[in-house]
Design a protein around this ligand. Structure first.
Ligand SMILES: Cc1cc2nc3c(=O)[nH]c(=O)nc-3n(C[C@H](O)[C@H](O)[C@H](O)COP(=O)(O)OP(=O)(O)OC[C@H]3O[C@@H](n4cnc5c(N)ncnc54)[C@H](O)[C@@H]3O)c2cc1C
Length: 343
């Protein structure tokens, strides 16, 4: 994406960004996002995914924050719910045994629900202004104002559990709610709406666009150096080809989305699984080739490269690996023509 305004905005991020840098630059990107980044499924999905890739190519931590904000604003639009202008949003929907969040329904006549419990993997926990929190026992998405918790002591952050230096400054902490009061009107959609809406499948493409941008940034780091031998040149050739294939598969995914944004064919989820799988594998290949090209020095002595490698290695683990492939294979068993060039 060749856009001088975007380049200038991204260049505001210092070399080794801290948490406050991330918040500042992410907030500065919001007007650009609102003016120039098209919605998913609006016939310009490729432009949206390329924006995400461009941010990740610059910095993966910033991409993680911006991808959450884009996802949240798309969800709120789909729900016809209000979006607070100029505020940075996140989506916190991680489940599993360490997610203990639950909703206490309001007493008759009262207009607030209360959330209690811990939510892991909350990117931007104390950096974002609002978060869409998914509460599994009640299958309910809730729009939480993090700047004015009611009562104030009902919101706290458990920073110490995240021990990796990767994404450390994005504050992907566990957030603790202790009877946090939220107006009932801030429940977004009906029960399970978050998972059942067509947009859920579409949202699955954006993390893959982040992974792709992270790997493209590594390829850029090889392009910029003099190469010492033919092996290095061969790896660079293969890495550039791999980067082109990620761009192509994202464009293909975007075309599928634009052809069927309401998912009337039911194929958007398996399509997302195809795209995510191919990008995860290609990122893995680029990570491998990067190390084989340049040896241990960039891992040990170059802070930015070492951080990108650590963050990309961690980020692609979000992909659900063989669980996703099993789901894809099971879908093809039931729908044998899916993914086949022949009708
Ligand atoms: C950098 C980063 C940022 C993220 N930010 C957000 C965010 O802002 N919002 C959000 O909603 N989510 C976020 N996530 C979380 C993400 O969406 C997933 O919830 C997270 O990756 C865990 O995925 P999972 O539940 O599939 O993995 P798991 O199910 O926890 O693990 C995968 C597999 O490993 C097995 N397993 C795990 N641990 C063990 C063990 N100790 N022993 C044996 N087997 C084990 C599990 O049973 C499972 O089969 C983020 C993730 C990352 C990596």
């Amino acid at each position: 994406m060749d856009d001088i305004e975007l380049t200038e905005l991204l260049n505001e991020l210092p070399e080794n960004p801290g948490a406050t840098d991330y918040r500042r630059v992410a907030l500065n990107l919001i007007p650009y996002v609102e003016a120039k980044v098209p919605p998913m499924g609006g016939n310009q999905t490729a432009t949206r995914l390329r924006f995400v890739t461009a941010v990740a190519r610059h910095d993966l931590g910033l991409a993680r924050l911006i991808e959450g904000h884009l996802d949240a604003s798309q969800i709120l639009k789909e729900a016809n719910a209000p979006i607070a202008s100029g505020k940075l949003y996140a989506v916190w929907a991680a489940g599993g045994p360490s997610d203990t969040t639950a909703i206490e329904e309001p007493e008759t006549g009262k207009e607030a629900i209360r959330i209690t419990g811990s939510k892991p993997f909350c990117t931007g926990s104390d950096l974002v202004d609002r978060a869409l929190v998914y509460v599994y026992p009640q299958d309910q998405l809730v729009d939480v104002d993090l700047r004015a918790p009611e009562p104030p002591e009902a919101l706290s952050f458990q920073a110490g559990q995240w021990i990796s230096p990767a994404f450390a400054e994005t504050h992907t902490w566990t957030v603790r709610f202790d009877a946090l009061r939220i107006p009932s009107a801030r429940c977004i959609g009906a029960k399970r709406w978050y998972f059942d809406r067509p947009g859920f499948c579409l949202g699955a493409f954006a993390p893959a666009a982040c992974w792709a941008g992270g790997a493209m940034g590594l390829v850029d780091a090889v392009r910029r150096r003099p190469l010492r031998n033919g092996h290095a040149r061969a790896h660079l050739g293969a890495m550039v080809a791999a980067a082109c294939s990620m761009d192509s598969i994202l464009t293909w995914g975007a075309e599928q989305i634009d052809a069927d944004p309401g998912n009337s064919s039911g194929t958007m989820f398996p399509t997302a699984l195809v795209v995510r799988h191919l990008i995860e594998r290609t990122c893995t290949e680029i990570l491998d080739r990067f190390g084989r090209t340049l040896g241990p020095r960039p891992f040990a002595f170059e802070p930015n490269t070492a951080r990108r490698i650590a963050e990309l290695t961690l980020y692609i683990r979000q992909c659900h690996a063989e669980c996703d492939l099993e789901e894809l294979g099971a879908y093809v068993e039931q729908n044998p023509t899916f993914g086949s060039a022949r009708p």
